[in-house]
Design a protein around this ligand. Structure first.
Ligand SMILES: NC(=O)c1ccc[n+]([C@@H]2O[C@H](COP(=O)([O-])OP(=O)(O)OC[C@H]3O[C@@H](n4cnc5c(N)ncnc54)[C@H](OP(=O)(O)O)[C@@H]3O)[C@@H](O)[C@H]2O)c1
Length: 272
């Protein structure tokens, strides 16, 4: 497993396990399976409705809590409701702390919402804080006022939407770029992209593995989600090969500057 370091010194696994749209009834079993296979980072959210099951899998895993990295996301706006929401999430997951809590989407009161994260961070309830789906101007506004600089921005990123401008901005500000939907959420043609198939054949890997390797080699944290045992194991097995500069350039040239997913709503259409 590769690791990245956040701007507060906390180490974070380069690859974790996503749980969006994972029904609560099967979440504990799948997260337990993932941890057993070697995943050390799990991504949930208040609005996934499965924080309790993620927490149960973490607490029942037999792996030291110090070795696991659990992320959740707020779905509230404003200082007081967000503070309350963080405590409710901790209670629900039966955890003493989250390793990372991020604002899920920009809210009407980003500064109040972020202030609650800062306070929970300073109280030791969160080991790191950050945002998700924030463009550079929204991140900059937070940085300008923040007591605690955000450590991560989790944004839609895959090989068709590499987020080059945001990546540069986040790097310059020492904020880790985390990808959601690294495999196009199963809705994008990215897994059957011919250029990636050719590279996958060379390494005897799947296209999903090449994509996850590409993103982590770009210093982007990934959290692929799967409920298929073969895919869960496969997605973790991406650190035993390294793409060459030429292969990185081939994949970089696939960037289209927008999502490869035809979202039904405005989701993912934020101007970065
Ligand atoms: N911050 C946000 O707003 C936001 C938004 C969306 C997602 N997220 C987070 O990011 C995580 C990942 O994103 P995502 O779940 O939307 O999409 P994703 O991980 O890009 O894709 C998941 C889909 O890919 C398939 N898949 C996974 N591994 C595969 C493999 N090796 N080969 C072929 N197909 C494979 C899965 O199907 P199978 O189950 O059949 O393998 C599933 O349909 C989420 O689970 C969530 O934790 C955050």
């Amino acid at each position: 497993m590769g690791y990245f370091e956040l701007n507060n010194g906390v180490k974070v696994p380069a690859l974790g396990f996503g749980t969006y749209q994972m029904p609560p009834a099967i979440t504990e079993e799948n997260v337990a399976k993932a941890i057993n296979l070697g995943y050390r980072s799990i991504d949930t959210a208040q609005n996934y409705g499965n924080e309790a099951e993620v927490g149960a899998a973490v607490n029942g895993s037999g792996v030291s809590r110090d070795d696991l990295f659990v992320t959740s996301k707020t779905q509230t706006s404003g200082y007081k409701t967000t503070l309350r929401g963080i405590d409710e999430s901790l209670r629900s997951a039966q955890l003493d702390y989250f390793d990372l809590m991020i604002i899920h989407w920009p809210t009407i009161d980003n500064s109040g919402t972020y202030k609650a994260l800062e306070e929970a961070y300073q109280a030791g309830k969160l080991r790191a804080i950050g945002v998700s789906n924030f463009n550079s101007s929204k991140v900059q506004k937070l940085i300008d006022r923040a007591e605690v600089k955000p450590m991560i921005d989790q944004i839609e990123t895959d090989v068709y939407w590499q987020q080059n401008k945001m990546h540069k901005f986040l790097n310059q500000n020492n904020i880790l770029h985390e990808s959601w939907a690294p495999l196009g959420e199963g809705l994008s043609p990215v897994l059957s992209e011919p250029a990636i198939i050719r590279i996958a054949e060379k390494y005897q890997k799947s296209t999903a593995q090449v994509i996850l390797r590409f993103l982590t080699q770009q210093h982007i944290m990934v959290i692929p989600k799967s409920t298929n045992p073969v895919h869960i194991a496969e997605n973790l097995n991406v650190f035993d090969f390294k793409l060459t500069d030429d292969e990185l350039d081939i994949i970089k040239s696939l960037d289209q500057g927008h999502s490869g997913v035809n979202w039904p709503s405005s989701m993912g259409q934020e101007a970065y």
